[in-house]
Design a protein around this ligand. Structure first.
Ligand SMILES: Cc1ncc(COP(=O)(O)O)c(C=O)c1O
Length: 437
């Protein structure tokens, strides 16, 4: 018998329960959600919002995508749990095969877990097992998750404060953040900027490098897009040292950048690829996929997750991939191209817009204060206060926008890939109005 679901009366009631019963980790809460559909989120007070952040870049196929919901419901009617490592089941088997088909190059075998941080840590374990080495090189300003292993990889102390020591042998090198890079004067970092990666390996590691891990677009860092030659050089550096390249596609994957993977924009094939977020359009699932030779380094019992590869989440993932291939990735590319041009106009119009950058429907607008110089004397100072103000103004206008970046001064466009041009335009207009204020 179905149980009645009684929606709470108001936003205030939900917020009061959060205050009373949930750990107070995040004070800047967004909209209490009663319902969500495609690009729209509705709260308990009857307000509707345009969601240009997709949760945190998760609902790439749109909130409550009908095909995904149907696939999940069908699976719910069959069975809900059968640990995919104990009882083999069809959704995990089919998703494994599908990932071999859609991931770059000869990536073939996957492990299923429940989140991005788990996918990243599993990828590091596999790299260690395959190479026999232990150390990892990551980038400053990177984000790879919050559990202690991934936290060690994350190159941002604001996530680590009070949490040290973390657990991983990690060294950090400079990211290819062209707007604030002191190494190159170009609009783009060059392969020369990757020399920082070599310098850090040569000075901070102990000849025991298992992997270099990079995000092909650094999401939490502020939508930092590396140039192709930098990526290629970093992969070469890893291989010259018999280490692997782990590409963290947790945020940039599943069509977000106008290709199925951000890696597809570069001339590289990762050795291991970590995925989560958009994989099942909101159901909890993570994965890492590797070349067969690397994947087979894991022996029986080397890794496991009780809930990993949940059949409902795997069924949802299969439907999500179908939706993405059925036009949403192409749409992200097309709308992304339009957004690039539209944001270039915004940059030209407003001094406070220091830089705009991105791929597909993963774009950042970096806000700056020209009265001061920023780190390394390279560009105007970041303006996190203004970014916060713009985020708040947008919410008052009924638009949910991400605000983040290493300096908390980047507006983040990461909407469902089904967003239309009017909705994008409305958002850019609203940013302009907030800046006019
Ligand atoms: C690039 C990247 N890796 C890993 C993670 C961690 O994912 P999760 O929050 O699912 O653990 C995130 C989350 O934002 C991410 O952006």
């Amino acid at each position: 018998m179905s149980q009645d679901y009684t929606p709470r009366a108001s936003n205030a009631e939900i917020e009061a329960q959060y205050e009373e019963y949930l750990m107070p980790i995040w004070k800047d809460l967004h909209v209490p959600i009663k319902r969500a559909e495609d690009c729209t989120v509705e709260d308990f007070d009857g307000n509707e919002y345009l969601d240009v952040f997709s949760g945190i870049s998760v609902t790439n196929a749109g909130h409550r995508n009908e095909a995904v919901v149907e696939a999940a419901k069908d699976q719910l009617d069959e069975f809900v749990h059968g640990c995919s490592y104990l009882h083999p089941h069809q959704p995990a088997a089919e998703l494994g095969e599908k990932l071999a088909e859609v991931t770059p190059g000869d990536l073939k075998k996957s492990f299923f877990c429940n989140s991005g941080t788990e996918a990243v840590e599993g990828a590091v374990k596999l790299a260690r097992k395959y190479t026999g080495s232990k150390e990892v090189l990551a980038l400053e300003m990177s984000f790879h998750g919050r559990t202690l292993g991934s936290l060690a990889l994350t190159g941002n102390k604001s996530y680590k404060s009070g949490m040290a020591p973390t657990i991983n042998d990690v060294a950090h090198a400079e990211p290819p953040y062209a707007y604030r890079c002191s190494r190159c004067d170009d609009d783009e970092c060059t392969s020369g900027c990757a020399s920082s990666v070599e310098r850090v390996i040569d000075t901070h590691t102990a000849d025991d490098l298992a992997a270099i891990i990079v995000e092909p677009v650094m999401g939490e860092g502020g939508i930092i897009v590396p140039p192709t030659e930098w990526m290629e050089r970093v992969q070469a550096i890893a291989h010259e040292r018999d280490a692997l390249l782990i590409v963290d596609e947790v945020q940039s994957g599943y069509g977000r950048t106008g290709e199925m993977w951000a890696s597809d924009h570069f001339d590289i094939v990762p050795d291991i690829m970590a995925q989560a977020k958009g994989i099942a359009n909101g159901l909890p699932l993570g994965a890492f996929t590797a070349r067969e030779e690397i994947a087979d380094a894991f022996g029986s019992g080397d890794h496991l997750s009780t809930f990993g590869g949940n059949p409902v989440a795997c069924a949802a993932a299969l439907a999500t991939i179908e939706q993405l291939q059925d036009g949403l990735v192409d749409s992200a590319q097309e709308q992304g191209q339009w957004l690039t041009d539209r944001l270039a106009d915004l940059e030209a119009e407003y001094d406070a817009v220091g830089d705009v950058r991105g791929l597909g429907l993963m774009h950042g607008v970096e806000l700056v204060d020209h009265s001061e110089t920023g780190p390394n004397d390279v560009a105007p100072a970041p303006d996190p206060k203004l970014a916060k103000h713009v985020g708040k103004s947008l919410r008052e206008e009924g638009i949910v926008m991400g605000v983040g970046g290493f300096y908390s001064n980047v507006l983040r466009f990461q909407p469902p890939l089904s967003i239309d041009r009017d909705q994008l335009d409305r958002t850019v207009e609203a940013i302009g109005s907030a800046l006019d204020d």
